[in-house]
Design a binder for this molecule. Structure first.
Ligand code: AMP
Ligand code: MG
Length: 532
């Protein structure tokens, strides 16, 4: 098929590299760590790896970008997405950005281990930027090595795809490639460094621009480049926004606020905790980006965060995510304020975030509970449920799925709590509250009876917003343990099952079990750090 295999994959993939064409670049083309001024990007090539080998590919992402089955199977695929070869038309670069980390301005960060290969345009005119994560050092690598370990790459690869199929706005993942090199990491920063296998994920998104891309130019008082970046972002990534320049900028910020609200509501719906909501990890398109020490709620606990690096303040805990997103939007507003004649449009955008978040959150919770309307009665029943979820230590995902599966009628003699299944992490506490949970469930069930609704209709409505499968932390860790031991089958199984997270998929019950007791405090299963 490929007479001259090299350089022939992706023949249907066209590149149109607008970021490097339209925005100022760094004149220094050496790969030395430095402060990069007056530039949005630096030219840098991936550092070749020892033995690139494709572990997994998301086929639908490949075909969305324009790669064929034969492309994926060609040896050149692993070479390109392992950073050892480039396709004609690629112009590789690392972006300059800063960010507020854990509430403090952290200065220049930038793509320290991410390298964009190029911006593709597919047959339908869609733009997809391809970016390797873990492809070697860049001018922004600071003291780190530019690499990524297999465990965190598996987590990013699987979770990006899981999130997409859950309906959560996210960057996608094309490929997971083993490098054949070892990487040294001290997972919990406790002096226990070890060598781990390296890997590279190719991420895919229309844009990887973050809030921090704007902040850095304002902090450096470089309003010329700030303005160019804002105009570029609107033109490339928000082409539907028209009008005068001030109107465009106001509409743009408002849309960023709205997209962020949409994303956070989806995180709350699915029980996703990002773990590191620094402003350099906030996408201007409202996409979930930078999968690091993220996690999924097991028992419903608004104070939970998987990130041990954040254990002290728990700034990025589940229940805090809406407020942190708002704080981050304020930082973005501050960054772009010099381009606005008055702050009114910025304040309007921030107010819009609050209003959109509240309205969408209310709609979302009503839908999870199967209510057609968000009445005062429904609100009080839902409020009681969240309290019970915590008191009985109930599994967030399984609880909602179990509610949807309850039978059409509940008889007085039915063991309603038993019908909900094995969903409590603390049977003693469940026993204490068993009568309240029984009573609540019956009242909830009765309150839903309406001539305007049917049992079957409600069940399918609820199942469409309450997933059966999420990438549970301990399950991702099992896939990692097996892959590190040489068996990669579970990665493929998960990729497949998580493509249909709302379907029953009866053969895969093992993947929807609540966290087993052995995983409660296991590294990787409930405790993760930024070391990846
Ligand atoms: P994160 O906490 O992963 O969002 O990373 C914050 C900053 O550190 C970003 O600029 C990253 O590119 C950079 N960074 C994280 N890990 C590495 C690494 N292993 N090598 C180089 N830069 C890194
Ligand atoms: Mg980051």
């Amino acid at each position: 098929m490929y007479p001259d295999t090299e350089n022939h994959i992706g023949e249907a993939v066209a590149f149109d590299n607008r970021f490097v064409r339209d925005l100022p670049g760094d004149p220094d083309t050496t790969n030395e760590r430095r402060q990069v001024l007056h530039a949005c990007w630096s030219s840098v090539s991936p550092t070749p790896v020892k033995a690139p080998r494709t572990i997994a590919v998301a086929d639908d992402v490949a075909s969305m970008v324009g790669f064929t089955r034969a492309d994926i199977d060609a040896p050149e695929f692993a070479r390109v997405f392992g950073g050892n070869a480039q396709l004609p038309g690629m112009q590789t670069y690392a972006a300059c950005y800063g960010g507020h980390q854990f509430g403090n301005w952290a200065g220049q960060l930038g793509d320290g281990r991410a390298i964009t290969l190029g911006e593709t345009v597919n047959a339908g005119g869609e733009r997809w930027e391809l970016q390797l994560k873990g492809a070697g050092p860049t001018p922004y690598s600071r003291t780190a090595d530019g690499r990524a370990v297999l465990r965190s790459s598996i987590r990013e690869f699987l979770c990006s795809e899981a999130m997409f199929h859950l309906g959560v706005p996210t960057t996608r993942a094309l490929s997971l490639v083993a490098t054949g090199n070892l990487v040294i990491r001290d997972m919990f920063y406790d002096g226990n460094a070890r060598l781990e296998p390296g890997a590279i994920v190719c991420r895919v998104a229309p844009s990887f621009i973050r809030f921090g891309n704007f902040e850095i130019f304002t902090v450096r008082d470089d309003l010329t480049v700030l303005e160019r970046l804002v105009d570029f972002t609107i033109a490339r990534d928000f082409p539907h926004i028209t009008g005068t320049v001030p109107e465009q900028r106001a509409a743009w910020f408002r849309e960023v606020c709205e997209r962020t609200a949409v994303m956070i509501v989806h995180w709350m719906r699915t029980g996703f905790v990002h773990g590191v909501m620094n402003t350099d990890n906030m996408s201007i398109l409202g996409l979930t980006i930078d999968y690091g020490p993220y996690g999924w709620l097991d028992d419903y606990d608004p104070d939970w965060t998987p990130n041990t690096t954040d254990a002290g303040g728990r700034r990025y805990r589940y229940g805090q995510q809406p407020a942190v997103a708002q704080w981050n939007l304020v930082q973005l507003a501050n960054a772009i304020a010099p381009l606005f004649e008055s702050t009114a449009p910025l304040q309007a955008g921030l107010d819009h975030y609050v209003a959109e978040y509240q309205q969408r959150f209310a709609q979302m919770t009503s839908a999870k509970f199967g209510f057609l309307e968000n009445t005062a009665d429904a609100q009080s029943i839902m409020g009681e449920a969240y309290a019970l979820l915590q008191e009985c230590e109930l599994d967030y995902t399984r609880f909602f799925r179990a509610l949807g599966d309850l039978p059409e009628t509940l008889a007085a003699r039915d063991d309603v709590v038993g019908l909900l299944g094995d969903i409590s992490y603390d049977v003693a506490r469940l026993d204490v509250h068993r009568a309240s949970l029984d009573d609540w469930t019956r009242r909830w069930h009765a309150s839903l009876q309406s001539p305007r609704d049917t049992h079957a209709g409600r069940r399918s409505r609820m199942h469409a917003v309450n997933p059966r499968f999420v990438l549970r932390n301990y399950i991702a860790q099992q896939a990692i343990d097996q892959a590190e031991a040489g068996d990669e089958a579970m990665i493929h199984t998960l990729l497949e099952v998580l493509r249909r997270p709302y379907d029953e998929q009866p053969g895969h019950d093992a993947l929807m079990q609540r966290r087993p007791e052995w995983a409660r405090n296991k590294a990787g299963s409930s405790m993760l750090s930024c070391s990846s």
